[in-house]
Design a protein around this ligand. Structure first.
Ligand code: GCU
Length: 679
């Protein structure tokens, strides 16, 4: 099982005999255009391995089409040079064509990476016992489908909950890159095409000669899987590593230093994806230090990687964590990104992509979509999601995240009164005519054999890739694909995992932070466990403004921080008024008495009480549900997951009691059901 853990959803478990009997499969695999390190080569190997596992059949792998009874893998171009015909339509970059209707099965990519994606798709259907004959093409919604790792050079991982880094150790790159290649395989299977391997709070030492060579080895391990490597930079490197007097982005010596380093890096990693930069945020250096603009900072890197086709990802997570004062009613961290990027939309080079967290604060259990997506019209943008559950239970709580992501991706921003759905229209690049755009997700896998620290958390990684490919995809269907691939085809197993997963985010929201008040966790240090009092009077601007009578951030234009005015007019009007703000974001936008009556008919305080009891109740049902699967899944995963779920059930009660007591004390308002307080 430990080894299978590393295979995650690529286990290729043997299908039941009654299904195997119905499968007709050609006797050979033909791999076109393949050198040993190319995606088509590993695609053919994967196909061989998968079919062996799923059907118990050992297929020949050849490089030439001898007869029509074969599975042909390659690019469309390579296929047509064999003078055979295909019905494949014109494909976008990384897209593929899959035809299982004819005796010759065609898995053809626009490029080699696309062919590899097609093979994973074919194997996924087979492994799920789906024998329907198909012929279709599919293309990615966006060109950027990256993951980020927040790995430190010493081998620890910031906000990682699955052990030490698979990339770094003792300030250098690990010697054995096997796990790195295995990670790339998983990423390829969900069509992720890029990875930034080190923490956004970046250590300049990554740019030492030795480490640049080490990055070359990481890239070599991931390249066969079509995953391009990028790195996070520390803005002050020319000074701290290079010994220059300054790191001013407009200083000639600084520019030269970065161009030099970049040229050297591309010698080691000729296909490097590019750079990711966190600047002027949470104490990190940046261009503002020298009164230069964020665009000056971003363009410095964009110009350095431009000759190589690289991208400069520049994070929008810029805010001042020193000078926010809660006593000032109008101070609001949520305003920061739009304010900092104000006036810069036309100033960024065309290979800069601004990477924007989904909400304006920081990966909370519920946030409205970042208004910055409506402001970046000339500038390319990508959304930043988080798979590692920093504020969402750190993999000790089951939280299936795609339903939350969907509240963001399906949101229509109505820019200039026109349809501007975040996923379908904006991140696809269509709304503002961008070729570069897309997705990044902070994953933080570690050395743990489950990758993320626990078995069910992997549904989030799986779904991420599928959603980045197609944000309109059904998050329940994706979950069930993952569950079948990971746990087998038993109906009860699939139904139970589906039910628990779909209940998990609403339950977690219920016991950790209602009505858009944010995750009421410990804000100072580890972001884990209930700590409602820490959510005020902190310098980070993650506030609830709870007093004896009222609660919530007033983000209106007429009386508050003005944040609601950062949205396009139709959306701004919706959020400006209490009447039209949905209950689940009420306290994000409005400061109201605890006795304010919601659209549901309950008061805010009674909603807090009831939601916390309901959430903890749902969590307490999870161990029982899981226990009903005993014997239907292997003992090891059964036991390990049961342990986590029992812990979660208990911890949900701690959350519930901490929060309801806190608001009962502060408001003095009793619970109508008499569960809270002294009575
Ligand atoms: C959060 C997180 C930090 C991280 C930061 C970021 O604040 O807690 O650990 O560095 O986000 O995204 O840059």
């Amino acid at each position: 099982v430990a080894e299978d853990g590393l295979n995650a959803w690529l286990r290729y478990a043997r299908l039941p005999d009654n299904i195997i009997r119905q499968v007709e499969i050609p006797s050979s695999i033909v791999s076109l255009n393949s050198t040993e390190t190319s995606p088509v080569y590993v695609a053919a190997q994967e196909l061989h391995k998968g079919i062996k596992g799923i059907l118990g059949r050992n297929l020949d792998v050849t490089h030439q089409i001898h007869n029509s009874r074969s599975i042909v893998v390659g690019t469309v171009d390579a296929f047509t040079t064999t003078s055979r015909k295909t019905d494949a339509p014109a494909l976008d970059e990384d897209g593929f064509w899959l035809n299982t209707k004819d005796s010759m099965i065609q898995i053809l990519g626009q490029n080699e990476r696309g062919a590899l994606y097609g093979v994973f798709e074919y194997l996924s259907k087979l492994a799920q016992g789906n024998l329907t004959k198909v012929a279709y093409a599919t293309n990615p919604s966006a060109s950027i489908r990256w993951v980020n790792q927040w790995d430190n050079m010493d081998g620890t991982i910031e906000r990682g909950y699955a052990g030490l880094s698979i990339f770094f150790k003792n300030n250098t790159i690990v010697a054995n890159t096997t796990r790195i290649a295995e990670y790339a395989r998983l990423l390829a299977s969900i069509r992720v095409n890029g990875i930034v391997v080190n923490n956004v709070n970046a250590n300049p030492i990554l740019l030492s000669e030795e480490n640049m060579a080490g990055l070359g080895r990481i890239a070599d391990a991931m390249r066969p899987w079509g995953v391009q490597v990028g790195i996070s930079l520390n803005f002050a490197s020319p000074q701290t590593l290079g010994g220059l007097k300054t790191f001013d982005p407009l200083d000639k010596s600084v520019v030269t230093w970065w161009h030099d380093r970049t040229d050297k890096l591309y010698k080691h990693v000729p296909d490097m994806a590019g750079y990711l930069v966190k600047a002027n945020s949470e104490g990190q250096p940046g261009p503002l230090t020298y009164n230069r603009t964020l665009a000056d900072g971003a363009n410095l890197f964009a110009k350095a990687v431009k000759p190589y086709g690289g991208i400069a990802m520049f994070r929008a997570f810029v805010y001042d964590s020193q000078n926010l004062r809660e006593a000032n009613w109008k101070d609001d961290r949520a305003n920061a990104a739009v304010e900092f990027f104000n006036g810069l939309d036309e100033k960024f080079d065309d290979n800069v992509v601004v990477q924007v967290k989904y909400g304006p604060i920081d990966f909370q259990v519920r946030e409205p979509v970042s208004p910055l997506f409506a402001h970046l019209q000339q500038t390319a943008s990508a959304i930043e999601l988080q798979i590692t559950q920093e504020y969402l239970g750190q993999q000790c709580h089951l939280v299936y995240l795609p339903p939350m992501w969907k509240t963001i991706l399906d949101f229509d921003m109505r820019v200039d009164g026109e349809k501007s759905v975040v996923g379908e229209n904006i991140l696809s690049g269509k709304r503002f005519n961008k070729t570069l755009s897309g997705y990044a997700a902070v994953v933080n896998v570690g050395q743990n054999t489950t990758w993320l620290g626990t078995h069910l958390a992997m549904s989030n990684l799986y779904a991420y890739g599928r959603i980045a490919w197609d944000p309109t995809i059904d998050e329940v269907a994706v979950l069930q694909d993952w569950a079948r691939l990971t746990y087998g085809l038993d109906r009860k197993v699939i139904d139970t995992i589906t039910e628990m997963s779909l209940q998990s985010w609403p339950a977690y929201e219920n016991y950790t932070g209602n009505l858009g008040v944010q995750t009421l966790t410990d804000i100072t240090y580890n972001h884990y466990g209930a700590n409602p009092q820490s959510m005020d009077n902190n310098p980070w601007g993650q506030w609830t403004r709870a007093d004896h009578n009222s609660i919530g951030m007033d983000r209106t234009v007429w009386n508050g921080t003005g944040y609601s005015g950062q949205y396009p007019s139709e959306i701004a009007a919706t959020y400006e008024s209490i009447e039209t703000t949905p209950d689940d974001l009420l306290l994000w936008f409005h400061h109201v008495p605890y006795t304010h009556v919601l659209k549901s008919g309950k008061t805010v305080i009674q909603h807090f009480y009831d939601a916390h009891y309901a959430g903890a109740e749902t969590a307490s049902s999870f161990p029982k549900k899981w226990a009903s699967l005993k014997g239907l899944i292997d003992e090891q995963r059964y036991e390990e997951m049961l342990f986590r779920l029992e812990y979660q059930a208990g911890h949900a009660i701690v959350w519930r009691d901490s929060i309801v007591q806190f608001y009962n004390n502060i408001s003095g308002i009793p619970d109508t059901s008499n569960r809270v307080g002294n009575h």
